[in-house]
Design a protein around this ligand. Structure first.
Ligand code: ATP
Length: 198
């Protein structure tokens, strides 16, 4: 999977719509302190489904919305769109997918994949299957190296599983187990109903 473009609007310091094209050969982003380099990385993680406001340096999730300055009023929503290219198909053709996350004050987050409304979980699974995601070790933010060194074995294992692209399987297994338990409960209830009729 390759990230081709990030489009931000109202996200943190990016009050005006801004496009970041990620061309082959881009190895880093430089700029003066406070110009928004970390905000860009956070926009990536946020679109991939980050649920922790604290890890985006905020107290609540609405803190990602442009808060206003002395000259510009605060915005009511933030939206980030990410264009990705999936692995080439057998015939060599590549598939582009657009993932959008939007948050409105008082209304929470909404996600879209190629224009279709989806759940946060669908977005997380899409990235987990591509061996990446909001917590991917490939996204190295400040303080992350020392966190990896200090991580407990179970946390390191989770990182390796994410890198190997099998993290999504755990989510699906949990879902399947829940459905199994619900079906077992239904069967029990059915047995009781049948026994009552005898
Ligand atoms: P450094 O090199 O110091 O790490 P940086 O280039 O990574 O800096 P960021 O941390 O990405 O910069 O950006 C910080 C800027 O973003 C600050 O000026 C801060 O005021 C602004 N900012 C963060 N959240 C918001 C928000 N919700 N609304 C408006 N501006 C915001």
């Amino acid at each position: 999977m390759q990230i081709k473009r990030l489009r931000l609007s109202g996200f943190k310091s990016f009050v005006d719509a801004a496009d970041l094209r990620i061309e082959p050969g881009l190895t880093g982003i430089v700029g003066p302190n406070g110009c928004g380099k970390s905000n860009l990385l956070e926009a990536l993680r946020w679109t991939m489904g980050e649920t922790s406001a604290r890890s985006l340096r905020g107290a609540g999730m609405e803190d990602v919305i442009f808060a206003g300055t002395a000259t510009r009023p605060a915005r009511e929503f933030a939206e980030v769109s990410m264009l990705i290219e999936r692995a080439p198909a057998d015939d060599g053709s590549v598939e582009e997918t657009e993932i959008v996350r939007r948050i409105e004050r008082g209304a929470g987050s909404a996600y879209r994949i190629d224009g279709r409304d989806v759940r946060a979980k669908d977005v997380a699974l899409l990235f987990a299957d591509a061996a990446t995601g909001a917590h991917s070790p490939a996204l190295v933010s400040q303080g992350r190296i020392s966190a990896v060194i200090a991580a407990k074995p179970a946390e390191r294992r989770a990182m390796l599983e994410e890198a190997a692209g099998i993290a999504g399987l755990h989510v699906r297994r949990k879902d399947a187990e829940q459905k199994l338990r619900a079906t077992e409960a239904n069967l029990l209830r059915l047995d009781e109903v049948i026994a009552d009729q005898d």
